[in-house]
Design a protein around this ligand. Structure first.
Ligand SMILES: [Zn+2]
Length: 103
């Protein structure tokens, strides 16, 4: 057996090994993707269950989640209004003070 043959055989074996590893990597990658779930989705704002991307409310179908989310939004709105009211009172009191000190 010549030296050339040995090298050639070794090279061939190496190429086959590389191919096998590449194939294995590809399999692992697809399996990982399957495990992670490629489908885009978001999570319920209350229970963090995965829900559809086009769900505009941001909560799952569960009635309690819808109720809790509704309550949260209402209280958030209320706090927003209260903030404006307090800011208004604050500004008014400053304006009144300014007007009183001016005269
Ligand atoms: Zn939920």
């Amino acid at each position: 057996m010549s030296r050339k043959d040995t090298i050639l055989r070794a090279a061939k074996r190496t190429a086959e090994e590389v191919r096998a590893v590449a194939q294995k990597n590809r399999e692992m990658k697809t399996r990982q993707n399957k495990n992670l779930g490629i489908k885009p989705h978001k999570h319920c704002l209350v229970c963090w269950k995965p829900i559809d991307m086009d769900n505009e409310e941001g909560v799952c179908d569960s009635e309690s989640c819808i109720k809790i989310n509704d309550k949260r939004q209402k209280s958030r709105k209320r706090w927003g209004i209260l903030l404006y009211v307090f800011a208004g009172i604050f500004f008014l009191s400053i304006i009144f003070q300014y007007m009183n000190s001016g005269t």
